[in-house]
Each structure stands twice: as structure tokens, then as C-alpha cells.
Design a protein around this ligand. Structure first.
Ligand code: SF4
Ligand SMILES: [Zn+2]
Length: 359
């Protein structure tokens, strides 16, 4: 597979227009300094894995950020606004970030987390973001845990890099931001450059060293109606579950992040994040798929996050979190609200040339 860069992917693929807009929007942000020795975020949670539910330590490392975001990047992604300006973060600084995360865990948790999840708002397996030396040191640091998840675009998924983790005895998963199984939606609505076949190749690569893949899907990128978004997710969850090695699908609704095309559309009244009813509908209808399917709606109940009417958002969110841990679709029959009728009407009538139909 080739490397993500503006030059390679823009030419002849119609991505130059989206990238130009995204570069202009990101430039509006202006320079902001982030300390290279502080992690972007760290938190404790619980996660469902093929080996059961684990306490998890999630780490967002502050690296030089995603290469594709620097070319312009995905229409909904504001993560690059959080990365260190100027490209790379040194090994010592990255390890200081990891130490800060371990301290956080010691302070906040009674026991060590069995599952470690490392994201970079880019690709942990891209050596321009995380050098081989750092990757190996991080594998050593967490060798006494059970499982690890590292985030990467499919281009950088490589057996020898994954072996750094499997060889110290960690059950290893690569988290891939696939967004959708439909190439047209991934290219034209998300402005992400790779194909489903690249995702399949990354899964096969991971399988070679007994690692797994966790696919991240995006519900309702811009330019899709509510019903198109729901249909795209139902199809995508099933297609991901059929790929050998992809044992978990995390299906997440779009939220409106600053300095993105989604933000620009939202500001002008041309974008509404999905309804939480839509998230529930997809989870319920794909519960029989051969994969763990979870969702973690960010900013639920707010104008910039997935929302219903304001009255029932917390209840539906709770049902989703309950489903994440137990995979029991009956949790959704226990929630109802009058706004389901409005959602039904939106699903029936909203079109992609007339968005959004209701707030
Ligand atoms: S969504 Fe991922 S690939 Fe796209 S710009 Fe953001 S970090 Fe890069
Ligand atoms: Zn409601």
C-alpha cells in the first residue's frame, strides 16, 4: 500500500477540492502551542472485548498528528487542531506522556487496567508519529497487561510492528478508522483516501501474527440524509463483521468539531448530527452480526453531538452504554419518547438535497 500524502491521493481522485477547503479551515485555527510532554487526554473506562469486559486505560498520545490531516484530511476531523505543531515529538517526550498516564491510573484506579488503548489522533504505527524505539518501549511498559489496542490507518499496519506487542504476550488489536464499508461514502463524504480492500488487507496482515482488528465506523458524515446514514451503517457493520480478524465494530455518530467542514456546514444550518434513535436502530438491527458492536456517542444531547429531543437523550445514551457491555438488544425496547414520531418522519422524508429536515 502507498503512503498517504496530498500529492498521491489528490490527483485524479477528486479529493483536491475537499482538501483545499479543509486546509483553509485548519489555517483559521492559527498557531497554538501544545506541550510535547503532556498527553492530549487520558481516562479510565470499561470495555467489551472478545475475552470479556475489562477495565481500560485510554491514552491519547500527542504526536505530530495525522499525515492525512496535514494534507487537508477528513471532513469531520478536528483532531489535528490538538496535535503538536511542526511534525514530530521526540522519544523522551512521548515516554514522559506515557508516564503521566500511568500516574493518572495509579491515582484514579484501585487496580491496573487489563486493557490499554492507545490513540494518537493519527496512526500509532506510522513511524513518523511514533518512532520504532518508542513503540518498542511502550510494548515493554505494558507487557504485564492482558490486551492492547493501537490506532492506525491501514497503510501502516505491518506484521513486524504488531509483533512488538504480540511477542511480549499481549493480545493485540489494531483500531482502524474505516468510517464506512462503502467506498463512495468514504471518499466523497468523509474525504478519506483508502478503499475497503485496503482495510481487508490490513485485517489479513494483523491475522498473520494472531492480532485482531477493531473497525471504527462513522454514522452520518455530511451530505447523507438520516435514512442513508442508517442504511450505510447497517450495511457497514455487517460487511466488517464478515472480514476475518475484525472481531469488534465501534459505530460512532458524528459530532461537530471545530475547524472542520462539518462545522462550517453546521454553522450555516446545513448539517445536523444523527439522532440517538438512529444509533439505537443500527445497534438493535445488527445485534446478530458476528462481531461485538459498540457505540460511544460523544457530546450526546447537545446541538453539536448526536441528539434526540432533549428529554430522552440521557435515557437512550444509557441504553446504548448498557448494550455495549451486554450486547442485548432488548435494552432498546425499554426506552421510548414522543420524539420517535418526529425521527420516523425524518427517516422517511429527509433527502440529501434537503438537509436537515428537523433540528
Ligand atoms: S479522521 Fe483520522 S485519517 Fe482522517 S484526518 Fe483525522 S486523524 Fe487523519
Ligand atoms: Zn425524545
Amino acid at each position: 500500500m502507498s503512503e498517504p500524502s496530498a500529492e498521491v491521493y489528490e490527483q485524479g481522485r477528486g479529493m483536491d477540492a475537499h482538501n483545499k477547503v479543509m486546509r483553509e479551515l485548519r489555517d483559521e485555527k492559527g498557531a497554538k502551542d501544545y506541550a510535547p510532554d503532556e498527553p492530549t487526554r487520558v481516562w479510565l473506562d470499561e470495555d467489551n472485548t472478545p475475552d470479556g469486559v475489562y477495565q481500560s486505560l485510554t491514552i491519547i498520545l500527542n504526536t505530530g498528528g495525522c499525515r492525512w490531516a496535514r494534507a487537508g484530511g477528513c471532513t469531520m476531523c478536528g483532531y489535528v487542531a490538538e496535535s503538536v505543531e511542526g511534525g514530530t515529538v521526540a522519544h523522551e517526550d512521548l515516554m514522559t506522556q506515557v508516564d503521566a498516564c500511568l500516574e493518572h491510573e495509579q491515582e484514579e484506579a484501585d487496580e491496573e487496567s487489563g486493557l490499554i488503548k492507545i490513540y494518537t489522533s493519527g496512526s500509532f504505527l506510522d513511524e513518523r508519529e511514533v518512532p520504532a524505539e518508542t513503540r518498542q518501549a511502550i510494548a515493554e511498559t505494558f507487557a504485564d497487561r492482558e490486551r492492547i489496542v493501537v490506532e492506525s490507518l491501514p497503510d501502516f499496519v505491518d506484521q513486524t510492528k504488531i509483533e512488538d506487542f504480540t511477542e511480549v504476550g499481549l493480545e493485540t488489536d489494531v483500531a482502524v478508522g474505516l468510517e464506512t464499508a462503502t467506498d463512495r461514502v468514504r471518499h466523497d463524504c468523509v474525504n478519506k483516501y483508502f478503499d475497503f480492500s485496503d482495510f481487508e488487507a490490513a485485517c489479513a496482515e494483523a491475522r498473520e501474527v494472531d492480532a485482531g482488528v477493531k473497525a471504527y465506523l462513522l454514522m452520518k458524515p455530511p451530505f447523507l440524509s438520516e435514512s442513508e446514514a442508517v442504511g450505510d451503517m447497517k450495511k457497514s457493520v455487517r460487511e466488517c463483521a464478515e472480514v476475518e480478524g475484525c472481531h469488534t465494530v465501534s459505530m460512532n455518530p458524528t459530532n461537530v468539531q471545530r475547524y472542520t467542514m462539518v462545522d462550517q456546514l453546521h454553522f450555516r444550518g446545513g448539517y445536523r448530527p444523527p439522532w440517538l434513535w438512529s444509533v439505537a436502530e443500527v445497534l438493535e438491527s445488527t445485534a446478530d452480526a458476528d462481531a461485538i458492536v459498540v457505540s460511544d456517542p460523544v457530546g450526546h444531547g447537545s446541538d453539536r453531538g448526536p441528539h434526540n429531543c432533549g428529554e430522552c437523550d440521557d435515557l437512550v445514551q444509557e441504553a446504548i452504554k448498557d448494550f455495549d457491555l451486554r450486547q442485548d438488544p432488548s435494552v432498546f425496547s425499554e426506552v421510548s419518547c414522543d420524539c420517535e414520531a418526529t425521527w420516523d418522519a425524518v427517516v422517511e422524508r429527509e433527502t440529501s438535497y434537503n438537509l436537515p429536515l428537523a433540528e
